[in-house]
Design a protein around this ligand. Structure first.
Ligand code: FES
Ligand SMILES: [Fe+2]
Length: 407
């Protein structure tokens, strides 16, 4: 294993089976699709971690992840039919039960089903997402996040698929906000987004936590010094305790808090708790699975859910707009004035992250002191992945049992 003894950052880009980062990610349950994007009784091909699988939902809605190809002669099983909890291959009709055991070979006078097993992976749903354990052996205990189990409206956002390495998303430091999201901040008069903050980060039992402090003496001074925003709101100072914290759960889960951006609910000091899983689809594409818990209840909860639903429609065309911006045909300032902030934020992030390209393709980076969180994250990853490939013990990350929102 000496070959992997000194992995470098760029070595973490590859995620297929047997690669160092791919092996590490496969030690953890990963979200693979939004539950509502696959109706019960349907099968789909699934690419995740540089590998193809078949994902289907039984007629009762239970999700199953199996090998991509039929063990008979290799046709993709996603072409087949779901029958009850089982999956039938379209080529010659072999049928596999919910455990992957072949139970029918209709063309054969002397079936040998007992010798045929389709590999299937532990699968479950949580927070509106389908999770699978794609590693070998017994899966670890499934992690729940107490912050998502509080009362409120849980929204599982449309999955964001970005054609760039997952590290471009991981490395999205806090310092980007006043710049990448400037157009949205100006459009919505969100002075708080323009405030420059410094962040101090430290390793924790679950990954890292970061605490931000406003650069300069206090928020309004810093915001005013940018000289571009008028407005009376000082939401930068509202809920500062929470707004200051970001938590990272190794290896690929981020939790943070933000004032809600849903139309009609802005400016009311309602705070979203957001958990985002970033999962590589392959070496040059990743998916971001975001879940938001917003503490509104009763009648307000219904109005809130309706406001968030408009975002689904906008999501359809957002990457076309992002690609046009990257091509220089329009600018981020040209986005429609009535576009929801959830959508414009994703377009803004797409442009900077996809534009970065692959790790090895961008030449030497020049990291600065304000980027402590990504320096620490790269260190934690390299420490763990080097330990994995050298057969040394790994840190057993533990998620807190009570919500971090109350801290
Ligand atoms: S390839 Fe699936 S049944 Fe023949
Ligand atoms: Fe962003």
């Amino acid at each position: 294993m000496a070959r992997f003894g000194k992995l470098e950052f760029a070595d973490l880009e590859a995620v297929g089976p047997g690669t160092p980062a791919g092996r590490y990610l496969r030690l953890f349950w990963q979200p693979v699709m939004r539950l509502k994007d696959l109706p019960p009784g349907r099968a789909k091909p699934l690419e995740i971690l540089g590998e193809m699988f078949t994902l289907y939902r039984a007629e009762d809605g239970t999700p199953h992840v199996t090998a991509y190809r039929c063990p008979h002669r290799g046709t993709p099983l996603s072409l087949g039919w779901v029958e009850g909890e089982s999956l039938r291959c379209r080529y010659h009709g072999w049928r596999y039960d919910g455990t992957g055991q072949c139970v029918e070979q209709p063309n054969e006078d002397r079936p040998f089903c007992e010798r045929i097993h389709l590999r299937s992976y532990p699968t479950r749903d949580y927070a509106g997402l389908i999770f699978a354990y794609l590693g070998d052996g017994k899966p670890p205990t499934f992690r729940r996040y107490p912050d998502l189990d509080r009362p409120g409206v849980l929204v599982t956002d449309p999955v964001e698929v970005l054609p760039c390495t997952y590290w471009n998303k991981f490395d999205n430091d806090h310092g980007h906000r006043p710049w990448v999201h400037r157009a949205t901040a100006l459009r919505l008069n969100r002075k708080d987004i323009l405030v420059i903050r410094h962040e101090s980060v430290e390793e924790t039992a679950y990954g890292w936590s970061g605490q931000r402090v406003v650069k300069g003496e206090e928020d309004d001074t810093a915001a005013t010094s940018l000289g571009t925003v008028k407005g009376e709101r000082s939401s930068a100072q509202n809920g500062l305790g929470r707004a200051r914290m970001t938590h990272w759960f190794m290896p690929n889960v981020r939790l943070f808090f933000q004032p809600t951006r849903a139309k009609g609910f802005q400016g009311r000091d309602i705070w979203d708790t957001k958990i985002a899983w970033t999962v590589p689809i392959n070496d040059s594409k990743h998916a971001a699975f975001d879940v938001t818990l917003t503490p509104v209840e009763g009648e307000e909860a219904r109005a809130y859910a309706a406001a968030r639903a408009t975002q689904e429609e906008e999501a359809e065309s957002r990457w076309d707009l992002a690609e046009r911006i990257l091509a220089g045909e329009m600018t981020l300032e040209d986005l429609p004035a009535d576009m929801s902030a959830y959508t414009s934020f994703t377009i803004e992030d797409y442009c900077t992250q996809v534009g970065q390209g692959p790790i090895r393709g961008r030449g030497r980076e020049h990291l600065a002191a304000s980027e402590g969180r990504l320096v620490l994250l790269r260190q934690l990853w390299l420490r763990e992945v080097n330990a994995l490939v050298e057969g040394r013990p790994l840190k057993d990350w533990t998620v807190p049992v009570s919500p971090l929102a109350g801290m």
